[in-house]
Design a protein around this ligand. Structure first.
Ligand SMILES: *Cc1c(COP(=O)(O)O)cnc(C)c1O
Length: 492
C-alpha cells in the first residue's frame, strides 16, 4: 500500500512553536494529534493534548517551546506498509493515528483508524435474535449443567429439522464421531475407511480407539468420496480377509457425497456407514437431509460452522439404540442405579445446557443461513464469470449444498500460486485459506493405506489449487466486493 496524499500543515508543528501555539493548533484540528517535524521535515514525535498538559504540570509555561518535551519513540510506519501491519500496530498500541515516513525519516502522510476497515474473516459466528433468551432461561433456572431442558429440546428440535428419529447432543463433532465409532465397536487392530479430503477431526477418533484409518480419494464431480476408490478399497480389504469396522464419509464444505452408491457398497460388504455432516447441516442429497442417510450421522456446532453453540456436536440416527448408547457413553456410562455403577468405560462428552440454549436459537435461523451462504457463493461466481482461471466447487444435480464455504480452484497455479494469493490477501486484512490438506498426505498418517480410483489423486490436485474465500453469512456485499477486487488484482 502506498500513499500520495499531502499532509495538511495544520497538523504539523516545530520544536520552536510554543506550548500555547500547539494547544491552539490542536484545538482547531479535527485530528486530536500534531506531528512535530524538524526543518528538513524529518519526523520527531507526535504531540497530543495529554503530552501538553503533562508538560504544564511539570512546570513548563505556555510560552516555552515544544523543545521542552521529553524524548519519546512514537510509533511510525514506513511507506511500503500493508493494511495488516497498520491494523496490528493500532491495536497493539491503542492508537488511532500513525505517521508514515519515507526511508530518510521524512513525514509523508498519516493513517487514520477510521480508514482501516476491520479484517474480513473466513467465517465468523452469526447469532440470531433468540439465543440469549434460551441462555437466560438456563441462568434463571440454574440449569448450568451438561443436562437440562435446553439439551432435551435442542435434540428434539434438531431431529425434527433434519427429519430423523433420534439425536444426542454432545460437546463437539469430534466427540460425536468418537462415540459413533465406539458404538460400532471399533477397537485396537481394526481398520476404518475415511474420506481423505477433510479436516483431521474426521479421522482422529479412529486413532483414539486404537484402530487404523485407510483413506479414500475424492471424485471430480462432488470433491467427496469416490465410489470407485471406495470399491477398490473394499476389494483389497476383502481379499485380505479383513473388512473395515466402519466407513466415515465426509460431506465436504456443505455438500453431500454421492451417498446411494456408497451406501449400497457398504451394505454389500455389511459395513456400517458414519456420515460426517459437520459441515453440511442444512444440505440435502436427492431431497434427503444431509447427515441422516448413513447408519449414524454427526453434526458440529463449532464456532466456524453454519450454526454454532460456540462448541458442540450432535449424533443422530434412526436407530434408537445407537442414540441411547450415545447418551449413556457420553455421561461416563453410569448405569441407572441408585449408586455409581459402571460396567464399561464411558466419556464426559454431554453438551452443556447453556450451550444447548444457543443451539436452539441458532436452529431457528438455519434456513436463513443456508440461503445467505448460497447467495454469497453466487455473488463470487458471478463476479468471476468471465474468468477462466477460476473454477468453482461443483454441485452435482443430486446435491443441494449449503456452500458453508465458497471454494474455488485457481487454475494455472504456476503463475498464481495459491499460498501467494492467500498471503497477499492477508496483507490487506482478508482471510482466505487452503482447502483441507488430504489426510493421506499428513505426516502423522504416513504409512496408512490410501486408495484412488486407479488414476491420479484428485484430492491432492484440489489441495494444490484450492482456495476457501471469506464466507461468513453476516458479511456485507461491500466486503465481498473488496475480496473480489483484491483477487482480481492478484490473478490477472
Ligand atoms: C469441524 C469438523 C469436525 C469436528 O467438529 P468439532 O465440533 O470441531 O469437534 C469434524 N469433521 C469435519 C469435516 C469438520 O469440518
Amino acid at each position: 500500500m502506498t500513499t500520495s496524499s499531502k499532509i495538511n500543515p495544520e497538523v504539523l508543528c516545530a520544536a520552536s512553536d510554543t506550548v500555547r501555539i500547539a494547544f491552539k493548533k490542536l484545538d482547531k484540528s479535527a485530528e486530536k494529534i500534531l506531528f512535530l517535524i524538524d526543518g528538513e521535515k524529518r519526523f520527531q514525535r507526535t504531540v497530543t493534548d495529554g503530552d501538553l498538559r503533562r508538560l504544564l504540570l511539570s512546570g513548563v509555561s505556555l510560552d516555552e517551546p515544544l523543545s521542552t518535551l521529553p524524548d519519546v519513540n512514537s510509533i511510525t510506519i514506513q511507506s511500503d506498509y500493508t493494511k495488516r501491519e497498520v491494523y496490528q500496530l493500532m491495536k497493539a498500541h491503542s492508537i488511532d493515528r500513525i505517521p508514515v515516513l519515507d526511508i530518510s525519516g521524512i513525514l509523508i502522510d498519516f493513517i487514520r483508524r477510521e480508514d482501516i476497515e476491520e479484517p474480513i474473516l473466513l467465517v465468523t459466528p452469526h447469532m440470531g435474535d433468540t439465543e440469549r433468551q434460551f441462555v437466560d432461561d438456563a441462568f434463571r433456572t440454574n440449569w448450568i449443567a451438561p443436562i437440562g431442558p435446553n439439551v432435551d429440546a435442542f435434540e428434539r428440535e434438531l431431529a425434527d429439522t433434519v427429519s430423523i428419529d433420534n439425536a444426542a447432543a454432545v460437546s463437539s463433532g469430534t466427540a460425536a464421531i468418537h462415540i459413533a465409532l465406539h458404538i460400532l465397536d471399533v477397537g485396537p487392530g481394526d481398520i476404518v475407511f475415511c474420506s481423505t479430503l477433510t479436516f483431521i477431526a474426521s479421522a482422529n477418533p479412529i486413532v483414539y480407539l486404537g484402530a487404523e484409518p485407510v483413506f479414500i480419494d475424492s471424485d471430480e464431480a462432488s470433491w467427496n468420496m469416490s465410489v470407485v476408490a471406495l470399491e477398490c478399497a473394499f476389494r483389497a480389504a476383502d481379499s485380505k480377509g479383513k473388512l473395515p469396522k466402519a466407513v466415515i464419509v465426509v460431506n465436504l464444505y456443505g455438500q453431500s457425497a454421492d451417498l446411494d452408491p456408497i451406501l449400497s457398497l457398504c451394505r454389500r460388504y455389511n459395513v456400517p456407514l458414519v456420515e460426517d455432516a459437520a459441515e453440511s447441516l442444512g444440505a440435502s442429497y436427492k431431497g434427503v437431509n444431509s447427515g441422516t442417510i448413513g447408519d449414524i450421522g454427526i453434526y458440529s456446532f463449532n464456532g466456524n460452522k453454519i450454526i454454532t453453540t460456540s462448541g458442540g456436536g450432535m449424533l443422530v440416527s434412526n436407530n434408537k439404540k445407537y442414540v441411547e448408547r450415545a447418551r449413556h457413553l457420553s455421561t461416563r456410562a453410569k448405569e441407572n442405579t441408585p449408586y455409581y455403577h459402571h460396567t464399561e468405560i464411558g466419556y464426559n462428552y454431554r453438551m452443556s445446557n447453556v450451550l444447548a440454549g444457543i443451539g436452539r436459537g441458532q436452529l431457528k435461523v438455519l434456513g436463513e443461513r443456508v440461503k445467505r451462504k448460497r447467495e454469497i457463493f453466487d455473488f463470487y461466481r458471478n463476479a468471476f464469470s468471465c474468468y477462466t482461471s477460476i473454477e468453482w466447487m461443483p454441485e452435482p444435480s443430486w446435491s443441494t449444498s449449503t456452500r458453508w464455504l465458497s471454494v474455488a480452484l485457481i487454475k494455472d497455479v504456476a503463475k498464481r500460486d495459491v499460498s501467494h494469493i492467500i498471503l497477499e490477501l492477508s496483507k490487506n486484512l482478508i482471510e482466505a485459506r487452503h482447502v483441507w490438506k488430504p489426510l493421506h498426505c499428513q505426516p502423522i498418517f504416513e504409512g496408512c493405506l490410501y486408495f484412488t480410483d486407479g488414476n491420479q489423486s484428485i484430492s491432492e490436485k484440489i489441495f494444490e489449487n484450492g482456495i476457501c474465500l471469506p464466507s461468513s453469512s453476516n458479511m456485507t456485499e461491500k466486503m465481498q466486493e473488496a475480496v473480489c477486487d483484491n483477487i482480481r488484482d492478484l490473478i490477472c
